[in-house]
Design a protein around this ligand. Structure first.
Ligand code: SIN
Ligand code: FE
Length: 291
């Protein structure tokens, strides 16, 4: 499979040769998914009761850990603290894995939210825009990145052996070339108003505008969804995978119980910055897209 780079690594803290590390950095920055079939996130027996959507408090889709604080969960203080410990362990293990695979990133890594996703993927989304079973690149309306990367580590912990099934789409640059003519123009005045009103957490740059437009136009185009080159990838229970989700076109088709850790990284941290969505879009538009 062309868009998947498989490795037999079975430890969260592997000792790797520099050649292996440059192979991984090239793979991930080229827009591949690094797939670790032998690396599982272990749920302890005392934690197995937490593999249930009943701990969600209804305020959001997932349970999250952000700067040590659990969000989205309900339960006694002891339950919440055990859930926090479990999610924190995933956060630490995924951090040590990223540091081992990509040592050049260490100085630049910005750890963002950790999530535990106990709900089944199947279910009715609130709208087509929120429907992650349609291929998309990650771009968030309220959280502009100004070109920073979104690196994500996922582990499927399904206790019943259910895979997490993704579709992975065509290379970012192909999608960008196809979608570019249909993207609406950036309005810097509107971006400033949205920032002043707190609709965005920082100023939405032209890059952020284009990424959101790509996210939306891609999801809205059902012909493109069905007909662009793509592959279905089942990630079995007990495996881990890593990708730049701002670059890999992905869609979640099925599964339940997954952990996910997000990191943000500046483009300067990359070994091959020319492959990044920011540089690809700048090359295609012949413009500087960040503010
Ligand atoms: C997504 O990031 O679009 C969803 C991934 C998943 O839930 O498997
Ligand atoms: Fe996504």
């Amino acid at each position: 499979m062309q868009s998947i780079h498989t490795t037999e690594i079975s430890s969260w803290n592997p000792a790797l040769e520099p050649e292996a590390q440059s192979e991984f950095v090239h793979a991930i920055e080229s827009g591949k998914v690094i797939y670790l079939p032998n690396l599982s996130f272990e749920i302890q027996t005392s934690e197995s009761a937490y593999l249930s959507p009943s701990w969600l408090n209804g305020s959001r889709k997932n349970i999250s850990l952000d700067s040590g604080k659990v969000g989205g969960a309900k339960g006694s203080e002891e339950d919440l603290s055990r859930i926090a410990t479990m999610v924190e362990r995933f956060s630490q293990q995924s951090t040590s894995l990223v540091k081992a695979l990509f040592p050049n990133y260490i100085a630049f890594l910005n750890k963002a939210r950790t999530s535990f996703r106990p709900s089944p993927v199947e279910g009715k989304p609130a709208s087509w825009r929120k429907d992650d079973s349609r291929l998309h690149v990650d771009a968030f309306p309220s959280r502009p990145t100004n070109g920073e990367r979104i690196l994500r580590i996922f582990s499927n912990v399904n206790p019943n052996g259910l895979p997490r099934v993704w579709r992975v789409g065509e290379p970012f640059e192909d999608a960008a070339k196809f979608l570019l003519p249909s993207l609406s123009r950036y309005n810097p005045f509107l971006a400033r108003i949205q920032n002043a009103l707190g609709i965005t957490k920082s100023l939405r740059s032209e890059y952020d505008h284009m990424m959101l437009e790509m996210h939306d136009k891609m999801k809205a185009d059902t012909y493109y969804q069905d007909n662009m080159p793509q592959q279905t990838v089942p990630f079995p229970s007990g495996c881990t995978w890593i990708c730049y989700s701002d670059q890999v076109l992905h869609a979640a088709m099925g599964g339940q119980f997954m952990f996910e850790q997000t990191f943000n990284l500046p483009v300067e941290a990359l070994k091959h910055p020319d492959l990044s969505p920011l540089r690809v879009l700048e090359r295609l538009t012949l413009r500087n897209l960040t503010s």
